[in-house]
Design a protein around this ligand. Structure first.
Ligand code: HEM
Length: 481
């Protein structure tokens, strides 16, 4: 039987264009961070771009020099191999995000089997109605009044470290007076999901099970080998939520402030009683919402905490300044998200035929808005590959609901912009900053345990964050007295 590569047609002519040594290019060897594999040049000296790079390990580890080629030479890149268009410049992406009619979010794709039909896929008025139901729980006064609960959850997790029977892998060495731990296992994997479970109103005794469902659903996203387990977890969650919804429809429950006063209904109770077009939300809709919030809020904030500590500890001068001035935690949070966020971007479909940067995009095409590339667009941010909490071009004040440009500075794109701006932006900010401040209170002379950390290609330097977030962060610190 003769096999033909279905992608040959899409790539027709490419090897000829890059000429001698084409095979070597295609293996995409690992390059020093910040440098791209030479994929050849056209007759005018413009670098060529081979879309197979997107599937390579090199790209996952070192994506930014490739996005730079796209921004500079192919701001709209028609990827015939994956049948989509990549938009990589900051200004173009913001224009598309704000144009809800021209660039809609339907349909989303591979994650929906596990997450269900979520508001990510909705547009226009239907989308706004959904957001309005729960939006206020995740911003402003509702958050401020609950800071005590967040601190309690954080402190409880840290108290467990000193319990000899804890399952968090804490290593205490009395001889050297040091503690060694992996920050994900010890804190960051659990903290965001506990906070979200509390705001949703998941009963305390179901939190462990809830975390398991969350893990299974997350690893089941994207059609991976564990997709089946993800779908089963979603089914279990749906059955659990069904009972909870019946209970909450009859007896709504509330979130409380420090003095035990009711602040507002928890989100599940709110959803059980809110009406859209005269009818209450179905259990399936509520489950999809819960799946979206735990999916959107757990992994991302976990990554934010780990990336923040990874970057700060690799820039000790900046870390010391943050320690001296607590307000700089907010700035560091935003600069970390600009530098290395865990969500690469968002898909959109164009409603009409359009021409962008000379590229004709037929209506209904899949377009990828590459948020991480926008965050490294040198047209907006100077020396974008540098982590610098003191940069003067990043807006890091209150998260902007309806804009991206204030006081002559631009906000990062890690939460998206426009109508779909992440509604969890405020709570994830609060979790990361307050969680980090609590950790900082315990960490004495904290440093990265370089022996245990994954290394880069030279076998010595620490591995770069690349796309997504680091998987583990090993730390040593002095045993608190
Ligand atoms: C650092 C942490 C986080 C990052 C980087 C992040 C990122 C994002 C991004 C980029 C979007 C936009 C999607 C689009 O444009 O289509 C989004 C949407 C969303 N996020 Fe987050 N997120 C974070 C934390 C959270 C948290 C903590 C929650 C919940 C408590 C949450 C819930 C959601 C929801 C429900 C949506 C859908 C919004 C809509 O379509 O209207 N996220 N997030």
């Amino acid at each position: 039987m003769t096999r033909t590569n279905p992608f040959d047609a899409a790539l027709e002519g490419f090897p000829n264009k890059i000429g001698e040594g084409a095979e070597a290019y295609r293996k995409f060897p690992h390059m020093p961070v910040g440098e791209a594999v030479d994929m050849g040049h056209d007759e005018n000296g413009i670098p060529l771009f081979d879309p197979r790079i997107f599937d390579s390990g090199e790209f996952a580890r070192n994506p930014y020099p490739y996005y730079r080629i796209l921004r500079d030479h192919y701001p709209v890149f028609h990827d015939q191999l994956h049948n989509c268009y990549f938009v990589t410049r900051y200004e173009d992406i913001t224009d598309c995000y704000f144009d809800e009619i021209g660039f809609n979010t339907i349909p989303k794709g591979s994650s929906s089997g596990v997450l269900g039909n979520t508001q990510l896929e909705l547009s226009g008025i239907e989308h706004r109605r959904r957001r309005n139901i729960y939006g206020r729980h995740l911003v402003g006064a509702a958050l401020t009044k609950r800071i005590h609960a967040l601190k309690e959850l954080g402190n409880e997790l840290i108290d467990e470290w000193w319990d000899p029977n804890n399952n968090k892998g804490i290593e205490i060495n009395e001889d050297t007076n040091t503690v060694t731990l992996e920050l994900g296992k010890a804190f960051a994997n659990e903290f965001p999901i506990s906070v979200v479970a509390q705001v949703l109103g998941i009963p305390q005794d179901a939190r462990e099970q809830f975390t398991w469902w969350y893990d299974a659903m997350m690893s089941g996203l994207g059609g991976s080998d564990t997709h089946h387990e993800g779908l089963e977890a979603r089914q279990d969650l749906e059955e659990y939520v069904e009972e909870l919804v019946e209970e909450r429809r009859a007896n709504p429950t509330y979130l409380h402030d420090e003095n035990g006063n009711e602040i507002c209904l928890d989100i599940i109770s709110e959803l059980c009683h809110s009406e859209i077009d005269g009818s209450v939300m179905s259990t399936e809709e509520i489950t999809s919402f819960i799946a979206l919030v735990v999916g959107g809020g757990g992994e991302t904030t976990r990554g934010a905490i780990l990336n923040l500590w990874y970057l700060l500890l690799q820039h000790p001068d900046q870390y010391h300044q943050v320690k001296e001035n607590e307000e700089l935690w907010d700035t560091a949070f935003h600069e970390m998200l600009r530098h290395s966020t865990s969500i690469g971007g968002q898909p959109r479909h164009n409603t009409f035929d359009i021409v962008m940067h000379g590229v004709h995009i037929p209506a209904g095409s899949l377009m990828h808005m590459v948020d991480v590339s926008a965050n490294h667009d040198e047209r907006i941010f100077k020396d974008p590959e540098d982590f610098n909490i003191f940069r003067d071009d990043l807006y890091s004040g209150k998260i902007l609901r309806s804009g991206h440009n204030k006081e002559g500075k631009c906000s990062h794109m890690a939460f998206g912009v426009g109508p779909h701006l992440c509604p969890g932006a405020w709570i994830s900010h609060q979790e990361t900053v307050i969680g980090s401040q609590i950790l900082d209170g315990v960490f004495k002379n904290v440093r990265i345990n370089t022996d245990r950390m994954p290394k880069d290609i030279d076998g010595k330097s620490l591995a770069p964050i690349g796309l997504k977030s680091i998987r583990e962060l090993w730390l040593d610190f002095d045993l608190p007295s």
